[in-house]
Design a protein around this ligand. Sequence first.
Ligand SMILES: Cc1cc2nc3c(=O)[nH]c(=O)nc-3n(C[C@H](O)[C@H](O)[C@H](O)COP(=O)(O)OP(=O)(O)OC[C@H]3O[C@@H](n4cnc5c(N)ncnc54)[C@H](O)[C@@H]3O)c2cc1C
Length: 488
Amino acid sequence: MPLRSTTTHPRSNKPNSAPIISPPSQNPIHLTSFKSPIPLKILIIGAGIAGLSASIGLSLTGHSVTIYESVSSIKEVGAGIQIAPNASRILERFGVLEEVVRDGISLERNSLRRWEDDGEIGWVGLMPGVGKKYNAPLLVIHRADLQRILLSRAQSLGVKIYTSSPITTISSDFSPSIKLSNGEWIHADLIIAADGIKSFIRSEIAKKNGVKDGTVSTGDAAYRVVINEERMRGDPKFRELVKGKTGVRWMGPGGHIMAYPLRSHKLYNMVLIHPIRPHQVDNESWTSPGTKAEMLKTYSGWNSTVKQLLSYVPDDGEVMEWTLNSHAPLKSWHEGRFVLIGDACHPMLPYVAQGAANAIEDAGVLTIALSLIQSTEKIEDALKVYEVIRKERGEAIQASARDTQRILHLKDGREQEERDRRVWESTVAARGGEKKGNPDLWADLRWQEFMWGVDVMREVVERWGELTSSSSSSNSSVSGSHIRVQAT
Ligand SMILES: Cc1cc2nc3c(=O)[nH]c(=O)nc-3n(C[C@H](O)[C@H](O)[C@H](O)COP(=O)(O)OP(=O)(O)OC[C@H]3O[C@@H](n4cnc5c(N)ncnc54)[C@H](O)[C@@H]3O)c2cc1C
């Protein structure tokens, strides 16, 4: 019998597939009770959000962890990232939530607005309601702050981290060995590939499985800017945006903008998604520079609030631009003693803000699964359980991001008017405690329950017996996704 996930989307066509939602009184995972009886030697490739999170969970459960990172130093890069309750409940168990909350901002609402005149189409309530509902907070934080907090926790737990250590060669039979750039081979019990969106280990696993590891352009690119509040002193409209706790999502033809305050309300973070320009280089890099002039041209027809905000970006300021691609699902997320986590296996488009959160879920699931095995021969069983719990769910969330792209970017016309009507109806219904579908899946209460309410670590514990019983563990194949997402 193939292993199958039960944490399915509420709109799934399969009966009896209710997701496991964590009610407030039940958050019973304490990692002190999950010490591994067989401390493993684990190597992690990549010190991003996924790699660092995994190193913390695995150290807390008694394993010896070493990370190899290609960059020479872990510097201040990136901009805002959302941590939703599905990730914050894991960060709490990893002992870093307090610091993350201190350095992040708990948004109270997200306002959905029109591109042309800044008119409000609808809104969704966030904190404190979301925190109470899911027993875990939702916040936004600078990626660099999150990475710093994770790094410091990992180091305090004794994780060894080597920078300037790109890994480019692995054992051809996927036994747990990697080659360092000085030619030395390092051996371990397990290798975790947390090497991000351009993962070379994903390509190796895809090749082994006879799958082409290709990308498909979404047709979109994104600018990322962070504006310092000092540049807008004396502008009351901007002050309201940067000092308040409201995120704003402007929807327009072919693009949308997501914006919110960061770093104690001293910065304003904007991600601006737009159609890719002809001849634009498609390099999927987080650090490619864009230009302010091109950005202003792209948004010249948008409302005066957006244009005013963009005028505050310094002329020589940091405008980053990256192209957005879809990645075909892999047949498997593990091969031999190698396992993929984070963007290496489920790179997310930013439309439902779940990239970092899903990477943290991977870390949480591996932590529990590897703590429950009784011998090194059972490592593959833990990897199978990890894949059952995470792959179908991660790919469903990836798909929901793709679907949301179309809905957010409708041209003005009948379909857009219908979308806006439904966003408004859903806003009104939510005020009366009713769940009415919101075509923007990030704001849809039922999809939020699937994304934010599922406790993947608890699911490993509750389903461990079922998933590792001899009948299921004898079959290594994992079912294909049966989760259907419909953004209509
Ligand atoms: C520089 C940077 C800036 C980002 N900025 C944002 C942002 O502003 N907003 C946002 O939502 N998301 C951002 N992201 C992406 C976000 O961090 C991820 O989508 C998500 O958190 C999942 O994290 P990850 O650890 O899987 O991947 P990543 O965060 O991409 O981390 C992967 C890590 O692996 C390292 N690595 C890659 N290949 C090798 C190799 N062969 N050997 C050793 N190390 C290797 C990389 O240097 C990197 O540190 C950024 C990512 C990066 C790398």
